[in-house]
Design a protein around this ligand. Sequence first.
Ligand code: CP3
Length: 369
Amino acid sequence: MTQSAPQASSRFVRACLRQPVDRTPVWFLRQAGRYMPEYMAVRKHHSLLEICRTPEIAAEVTITAAERLGVDAAIIFADLLLPFTPMGLDFEFLAGEGPVIHSPIRSLQQVQALQTDRAGELGYVANAIERVAAHFRSRPRTEALHPAADQLGIIGFCGAPFTLASYMIEGGSSRNYVETKRLMYNSSLPQAPDSAAWPLLMEKLVAVLTAFAAQQVQAGADVIQVFDSWAGALSIPDYRAYCLEPTKQLIRNIQAMGVPVIYFGVDTASLLPTMRQTGADVLGLDWRTPLDRAWRELEYSCAVQGNLDPITLFAPQPVLQDRVQQVLQAAAGRPGHIFNLGHGIVPGTPVENVLHVVELLKSQPPLRS
Ligand code: CP3
């Protein structure tokens, strides 16, 4: 019997690489979150950042969600903003407000002050991944017919340069990204104030995120997902002028570590072909473009992940079933489809409907006979 590398032995990783799989793998964005009573029970005793920074708890939350749902991949419980701390930028999560960065970046001087040599302080995320890997890789095989296919994929993640910069510059979530785009546009005019700020910020983010991803891969992450959640706020020319190169660099750096990269954004229908130029192995699709159309426009040149509207999980089950089938029909059994939502599960989502989707995926006829 040939012994394949552990990462290639998971159904999820095989799909990322567009290799044939017995059935479509499934996992959910924000699968460990406030909709889940098990998560809320932990959250009652710990803040979000405490959970992220305590490897035992982060690993437990990650494992509980993946096992409760029976999905094909576990995404490490962490947050996009964690790298801000070792860069010297303080932030907190305020109830009902989301993240708040106390001294948002607005000048070249502030960008120059950001540190790039302390990524080692994020080692708690790698430590949590090691625990998750140890748990799943010592698990008894459950699907005897597919001994190599049932291993859970372990997903590490980080933000993309644009999306992280937007939090740093706006000081939190934003509607119009005015300050972010102001800094971005200023970089096109050498005489503009702080014109060197944007490229330097991109460079520093790529350095820190590369180091952070490397720790996660070394700890056992099979795949890294790069979240560019707010890239959809950019026009194609602006994405190309200010974000494509640093994102491509980050993705290349991660691929050089030997793992596939999933690149995810929201409201990205018209940006997808340009996002594809980053060289990502998998593109995450939101629900606004039908999956078949998006994949065709990408000329089937990469794998795709998505794209059920997360609010469909509130629909009566026959409607939910129909929408799941529509996504599967759009994928048409091509190698390289990972079933997921178009964005994260929202609080209040009925857990039984999430479980129902997993069951539907598992009861589909085999993709290869
Ligand atoms: O199960 C998983 O998906 C892993 C956990 C995870 C969290 N954050 C934990 C979390 C992941 C993958 C993230 C990524 C993240 N963080 C993103 C990109 C994902 C996306 O949706 O596109 C973003 C934009 C952030 C920054 C962030 N974290 C915001 C804007 C918020 C507040 C939003 C809200 O719903 O209140 C968070 C908080 C957060 N991170 C929660 C969780 C489970 C919910 C709050 C909590 O438990 O207190």
